[in-house]
Structures are given as structure tokens and as C-alpha cells.
Design a protein around this ligand. Structure first.
Ligand SMILES: [Zn+2]
Length: 358
């Protein structure tokens, strides 16, 4: 009997120990980040470069493309690089880098822009899965960048997509007024890669921290779809500056700036339309503007309605600091310089939305 009792006690203790272990370990297990592949950033970069060399030499080995590899990965993925590139059907990165299942964590979006959802996916790749390399890959003949360069009229949800590309194109036009046609598009495609990297650093504290700690390298590159060759651009030329960003994810508006413009007599529709376009192009591209609406009077006829203004502009900022930055931003000053001739009165209403009022 005594032996049986001792055995029962032993079994109970063992059982309790196992339960305790599970309780203690479970939260760590759930929140544990993958360590990613165990290679360093430069080795990861070399793997992509070698893959592209094989592609160019028509010597692809097409590794990791079988069902067996896929089944190996059922328990978890450990990709060695996170790649954001364009949705363009001509640029599937797995082919150009000669990689297969589980090798690269990929985000594809027209114009390889880094807006909120894309940055969230990138954070999953570089922070949660712990990839040592992050690549922003633009490509020649990119339709999204070309549309912005040519100021093409876009509809539906596309304006929200291309607004990330506008600052890059504006920068190139401003710094290189001599460029036109294909040269302007090519320069804008490259600048758009830097813009995406800038947007990533600006909105992702987790990404900045991984880079600071040396766990992550972020590089840009351009794929030439005529040759299949990748032009490697390296890290952002101002990365040290980008690492000083203190901002986080875009949050909802905490400051709304409403502006009414009364236009001078004799101002034509074309001049008014340019003012509207410039609001979008220049003011909408200021880094701290989260949302922009611009338009003309609706012409409703009620005694309380004032239809006398020419153009109304509504800008949303995260907070007052964002608005203060905007007031001094170069793009804002250029907007004023380009349009001030046509208005004779400006009225501003600044508002703190009720939901964010303290
Ligand atoms: Zn594209």
C-alpha cells in the first residue's frame, strides 16, 4: 500500500511539474519570434544576387519548388529575406532570384509603395519572422510610377494608392527640371524605391530598431525587365537620418485644417482647376498630411449656405505638431508661391475632432 501511495504521489508530482512547465512556457511559445534564417544580412543579400546571376546565365536550379519542400514547411517558415515589389505580372521575384517555397517573404503592391498595410506585412517579415534582409525592388517600365509622372487621371481607389508615389516624382521634377520622357520615368522609379524605404523607416519603429541593432539590412534595387538584370542600389543614402525618425504608424486624425479660398474676379476655370490640382499634388504630398479633400461649392440653395468661396481644402493631421510642420513645409510654400496670385481672401478653420479631444 505504502509503495502504491508513494507511486501515486510521484505520478502526481510529475504531472503537476509537466502542467507547470506548460503554463510557464506557453506564453513564450505563443509570443516567440521566429529567429528567421540563421544567416546574416550580407549572406542573405549574396543569396539573392547569386540567384539573379543564375537567372541571367539561364542556369536556374529552381530550388525548393517541390511538394516535399512545401510539406517540410508546414510546421513553420524561416525565409531569409523580405521583399516588397510591384504587382506587375512581369516581375515575380521568385523567378528573378531563383528561389522557392519558404525562401522569401513577399509583399506585392502596384508601385511597391509602403503604406500602412504593406508596412504591417513588412513588420511581420522583418520583426516576427526575423529575416536579416529587406529589399524594396522597383522595376523599369512601371505603370504606377509612369501614371504619376504623366499626371494620368486615375479613378476608384487608385488615387489613394499612387499618393505614396507623388512625393518621389515631385522631388525628381524639382531637383532635375531638365529631365523629361523616359529619363524622367527612370529617375522617378529609382526615387520611388528610396521613398518606400523612407516611408518604412518613418512609420515603423520596430523596423528602425532591427536596423539599429544590426539584425536587419534594408536595401533598394531596380529590376530591368528588358534584361532581367537587377541593379543593386544598396542602403538608403540618408539611412542615418531616417534612423532618427521617432514617429510611429499613421493614426487617425487628431487635427483638422479647413481652408476656404475666395478667388479674384476674372479667374478662369482652368486657373481654379490648377489650384485644386496643386492642393493634391503639393499639399497632399506633405509628409504629415494623413488625408486630403479638396473641391468647389456644391451649389446647394438654402439661406444658410455660403456658396461665395472658390475652393475648399480640408487636411487631416495626426496632431497639431503635424500641422505645424506642414505650415513650414517646402511643398506648402511652393504651393502658395504658385497660386497666391489668384486668390484675394483665405479663411481658415482649425478643428480638434471631438473623438480625440482631451
Ligand atoms: Zn510596377
Amino acid at each position: 500500500m505504502r509503495t502504491q501511495q508513494r507511486m501515486s504521489t510521484c505520478i502526481f508530482m510529475l504531472f503537476a511539474g509537466v502542467i507547470l512547465c506548460i503554463i510557464l512556457c506557453a506564453p513564450n511559445f505563443i509570443s516567440a519570434k521566429s529567429e528567421g534564417s540563421r544567416i546574416n544580412p550580407d549572406e542573405a543579400l549574396a543569396r539573392l544576387q547569386e540567384g539573379n546571376q543564375r537567372f541571367l546565365a539561364n542556369a536556374r536550379t529552381m530550388p525548393h519548388t517541390g511538394l516535399d519542400r512545401l510539406q517540410e514547411l508546414v510546421g513553420g517558415q524561416h525565409p531569409f529575406a523580405t521583399v516588397i515589389t510591384c504587382s506587375d505580372s512581369r516581375v515575380p521575384p521568385e523567378y528573378f532570384f531563383d528561389v522557392g517555397f519558404g525562401d522569401i517573404f513577399t509583399i506585392r503592391v502596384a508601385g511597391n509603395v509602403c503604406d500602412t498595410d504593406e508596412v504591417g506585412s513588412i513588420e511581420y517579415g522583418v520583426d516576427h519572422l526575423g529575416t536579416p534582409l529587406m529589399l524594396v525592388l522597383g522595376h523599369s517600365h512601371c505603370g504606377a510610377v509612369t501614371a504619376v509622372v504623366q499626371d494620368a487621371e486615375v479613378h476608384g481607389n487608385i488615387p489613394e494608392l499612387v499618393d505614396n508615389i507623388i512625393p518621389a516624382v515631385e522631388k525628381v521634377k524639382h531637383e532635375h527640371p531638365e529631365l523629361a520622357g523616359d529619363q524622367l520615368i527612370t529617375a522617378s522609379i529609382k526615387e520611388n524605391v528610396w521613398q518606400s524605404i523612407d516611408d518604412l523607416f518613418r512609420t515603423s519603429p520596430a523596423t528602425r530598431e532591427r536596423v539599429r541593432q544590426g539584425h536587419l539590412k534594408i536595401v533598394g534595387a531596380i529590376l530591368d525587365i528588358e534584361t532581367g538584370k537587377i541593379e543593386w542600389l544598396g542602403t538608403h543614402p540618408n539611412q542615418d537620418k531616417l534612423l532618427q525618425y521617432t514617429s510611429g504608424p499613421k493614426t487617425k486624425s487628431g487635427f483638422v485644417h479647413v481652408v476656404y479660398f475666395w478667388l479674384k474676379e476674372g479667374v478662369t476655370d482652368a486657373q481654379r482647376n490648377r489650384l485644386v490640382d496643386d492642393c493634391k499634388t503639393y499639399l497632399g504630398a506633405v509628409e504629415t498630411v494623413n488625408h486630403i479633400e479638396v473641391g468647389i461649392p456644391a451649389g446647394t440653395e438654402r439661406s444658410v449656405v455660403d456658396n461665395s468661396y472658390g475652393v475648399c481644402l480640408i487636411l487631416h493631421f495626426e496632431d497639431k505638431a503635424g500641422h505645424d510642420y506642414y505650415q513650414k513645409a517646402e511643398k506648402h510654400l511652393r504651393f502658395i508661391e504658385r497660386n497666391q496670385e489668384i486668390w484675394d481672401r483665405v479663411q481658415v478653420y482649425d478643428m480638434i475632432p471631438h473623438s480625440t479631444e482631451r
